[in-house]
Design a protein around this ligand. Structure first.
Ligand SMILES: [Zn+2]
Length: 330
């Protein structure tokens, strides 16, 4: 199961490398929910990412994600600052990615921040920096079943509303990332780190990329030059390959070729049969020389075999020797 998945992920990352130019170490933008999930499921950030990407990861945390992380922390009364979250790895492991969205560089909404880094331009969506997005659903809030008095009920309602809002934002981040071609998405799903398959937008680009390669093959002067094409048509394996490409353009190609092909094997088959017919009797003649059948060895060759059988019926001594000779020949 695990081996199968890692093979699948390696293939996926290979597609991102071939089509979108991803290279190791892979830059991974991790969001606050992802860090929370990694911590909750007791994963180790770097090894888990490396396993998922099947390559060296370079995780990054944006300033806005950090701000979102800190906003959820209780305030330390001594310093009047939020406590450092347990799920925030040290900067050596997770360096800060500086981002500036406005004049005074105040943090903005985390989702807006990440989407703007994944595709700086909104009209031409492109993941220029080759970022990978690592995200997760927000952790489910603890259920407080006690809702006896109106104040508690209101608080519960607020919590639920907040949870729903957070979930919607998280989904918006992922669908926004999917709409940008060439954004690998990692997410944590029930204690498993998952690499999403190519989004439909990425798939479209990949298919275009493949077609581009195909077309480049057609535009290759060697392939399209008609004189050369014709020359190749009647010939070997390489000609066969080119033939297929031209065959897609013109339906006329295959017919004369198939006729030529059908002739060749027939000729060959005929030739080999004749050859055998010629060579076999010669061998027999060599072998049969001892048996003192000089006259017959010179005569019509195919008949000879029949005569052996006849001979076997007529003479007692001959059959014992002749089958043995046949065996040797064959
Ligand atoms: Zn930002």
């Amino acid at each position: 199961m695990r081996a199968k998945r890692s093979k699948k992920y390696r293939k996926l990352m290979h597609q991102y490398e071939m089509t979108f130019g991803f290279r190791e170490p892979y830059q991974v933008l991790v969001d606050s929910n992802f860090l929370q999930a990694v911590h909750n499921f007791k994963m180790e950030l770097l090894p888990a990412l490396e396993r998922t990407l099947q390559g060296k990861p370079k995780p990054l945390l944006t300033k806005c994600s950090l701000a979102a992380l800190m906003a959820k922390q209780p305030i330390n009364p001594k310093t009047n600052q939020p406590y450092r979250p347990h799920h925030l790895p040290p900067p050596t492991e997770l360096p800060l990615r500086h981002c500036s969205h406005n004049a005074d560089s105040t943090p903005i909404d985390e989702v807006d921040c990440l989407l703007s880094l994944l595709s700086p331009s909104t009209d031409a969506k492109k993941n220029k920096e080759h970022y990978i997005l690592a995200t997760a659903d927000p952790p489910a809030a603890k259920k407080s079943d006690k809702a006896d008095n109106p104040a508690q009920r209101k608080r519960k309602r607020d919590d639920e509303r907040e949870e729903e809002r957070a979930l919607r934002r998280s989904r918006a981040l992922r669908s926004g990332a999917r709409s940008i071609p060439g954004v690998p998405i990692i997410y944590v799903k029930r204690s498993v780190m998952v690499l999403e398959p190519l989004s439909s937008h990425s798939e479209t680009v990949r298919e275009g990329h493949e077609k581009g390669k195909f077309r480049a093959g057609l535009d290759d002067p060697n392939a399209v030059n008609s004189g050369e094409k014709r020359k190749f048509d009647g010939e070997g394996a390489e000609g066969g390959e080119r033939k297929k490409i031209s065959g897609l353009k013109k339906a006329k190609g295959p017919n004369p070729l198939s006729m030529k092909k059908s002739k060749k094997p027939n000729d060959n088959a005929g030739a080999t049969k004749k050859d055998k017919a010629r060579t076999e009797p010669v061998k027999k003649a060599d072998a049969g020389a001892d048996a003192a059948e000089g006259e017959e060895s010179g005569a019509a060759k195919p008949k000879r075999r029949r005569r052996h059988h006849k001979g076997g019926g007529d003479f007692d001594a001959a059959p014992a020797a002749e089958p043995g000779q046949d065996m040797e020949v064959e």
